[in-house]
Design a protein around this ligand. Structure first.
Ligand code: RFL
Ligand code: PHB
Length: 389
């Protein structure tokens, strides 16, 4: 088999890239290790920057998102028992859109089917060959047979645990990492959201987040120790803990119900440089991870896709490789700003086991400054709605 761009990974990065390339007449095949049902079963991101929405429009897959997504003009921050609001639209001219990653992925798969894009599911043992030459290829196994896929370029969109990043030799790759001493216990429940906007809460018992997917589907998170297991958090315990971490006026009207999904995610900041090695280009979680506090993971994946797809169009349509040559530098410049913001928001809102009385006072001062300063609110808003590409 032969294609122009071989895409490893059928998550949001790989699918969005594939769709944008197809729209520009560039052939791309997606190799996905899991089944489609498995990929669509993962509950992850919920907040999209306008830049992401624009890319979905450019890819011709924004109809359902425009109908069913919720435009949020601001967010609420809870400090002990009080709330204050950051007004994104007034401060930056831009809102964010609440629309689940699961729905984004479903829309992209449906568009891919409709346009005849080829996706190989359950592609096992994907291996990258000759990425430093002009004729790279992949091998993979499926149904007990080994297959070969020749291509011009490889897009490594296979997430944090994928093989693409590992293919870059260790003496070339530089990894920067920070892990946090807690995780997020998250649940999804068929109940109306606690409030019309997201609430990020800093409480003495630790961080909590009230988010949503639609009018009758809510997503909540509480900070928990890394040693906790999902079994440690029966629904009753989760709701009681959440209520203690959010302002009393919100807790009083909170509608609780059985969880339909429950998971614990560790928090990590991670960047691998460079994002290009020969004809291999990394995109999304394959190259970088942020803690979810700033809602940046999926959105940084989208900015990588923006730079890579434009570079590939420039290569095929204008025979100009400048975009490909500058891909890593351009993508990383934006990534590091999202890393800084996510790290800052994580520090602002969580309780750290080793936090001293001094650290707590500084955190408090940071929050009070945010509550009272339009300049501080503008800085948060500008980063939350997404820095320009
Ligand atoms: P993905 O989604 O991990 O997809 C990678 C795909 O590659 C496949 N794969 C392979 N395929 C072939 N061969 C191999 N060897 C392979 N190895 C892996 C996998 O099966 C998978 O299908 O990466 P991608 O596409 O880069 O997308 C990144 C996003 O998924 C991620 O950044 C976000 O979910 C992060 N995130 C959030 N991002 C936001 O922008 N806003 C949010 O509100 C937000 N909330 C979150 C989040 C992530 C969370 N968790 C679970 C870490 C909330 C949570 C709790
Ligand atoms: C979510 O709805 O899953 C969500 C929202 C905002 C975040 C992280 C996760 O910062």
């Amino acid at each position: 088999m032969r294609t122009q761009v071989a895409i490893i990974g059928g998550g949001p990065s790989g699918l969005l890239l594939g769709q944008l390339l197809l729209k520009n007449g560039i052939d791309a095949i997606v190799l996905e290790r899991q089944t489609r049902e498995y990929v669509l079963g993962r509950i992850r991101a919920g907040v999209l920057e306008v830049g992401f929405v624009d890319l979905m429009q450019e890819a011709g897959v924004s109809d359902r998102m425009e109908r069913e997504g919720f435009v949020h003009d601001g967010t609420q921050i809870a400090l002990d028992n009080s709330l204050f609001r950051i007004d994104f639209t007034r401060l930056t001219g831009k809102p964010v859109v609440v629309y689940g990653q699961t729905e984004v992925t479903r829309d992209l798969y449906e568009a891919r089917d409709a346009e005849g894009g080829k996706t190989v599911f359950q592609a096992q043992d994907v291996c990258i060959h000759d990425a430093k030459t002009d004729q790279p290829h992949l091998t993979y196994s499926k149904d007990g047979k080994t297959h070969r896929l020749d291509c011009d370029f490889i897009a490594g969109c296979d997430g944090f645990h994928g093989i693409s990043r590992q293919t870059i030799p260790q003496d070339i790759r530089r990894e920067y990492e920070k892990s946090y001493p807690f995780g997020w216990m998250g649940i999804l429940s068929e109940t109306p959201p606690a409030s019309p906007e997201l609430i990020y809460a800093n409480s003495q018992r630790g961080f909590a987040l009230c988010s949503m997917r639609n009018d009758n589907l809510s997503r909540y998170y509480v900070q928990c120790p890394l040693s906790d297991r999902v079994e440690d958090w029966p629904d009753g315990r989760f709701w009681e803990e959440l209520k203690q971490r959010i302002p009393a006026q919100v807790a009083e009207t909170l509608v609780t119900g059985p969880s339909i999904e429950k998971s614990i995610a560790p928090l990590r900041s991670f960047v691998s440089e460079p994002m290009r090695w020969g004809r291999l280009f990394l995109c999304g979680d394959a190259a970088h991870i942020v803690p979810p506090t700033g809602a940046k993971g999926l959105n940084t994946a989208a900015s990588d896709v923006h730079y890579l797809y434009n570079a590939l169009v420039q290569h095929y349509q204008e025979k100009d490789d400048d975009g490909l040559d500058r891909y890593s530098e351009r993508a990383l410049a934006r990534i590091w700003k999202a890393e800084r913001f996510s790290w800052w928001m994580t520090n602002l809102l969580h309780r750290f086991p080793e936090q001293s009385a001094f650290d707590l006072k500084i955190q408090r001062a940071d929050l009070e400054y945010l509550r009272n300063s339009e300049a501080a609110q503008t800085a948060l808003a500008e980063n939350y709605v997404g820095l320009p590409y």
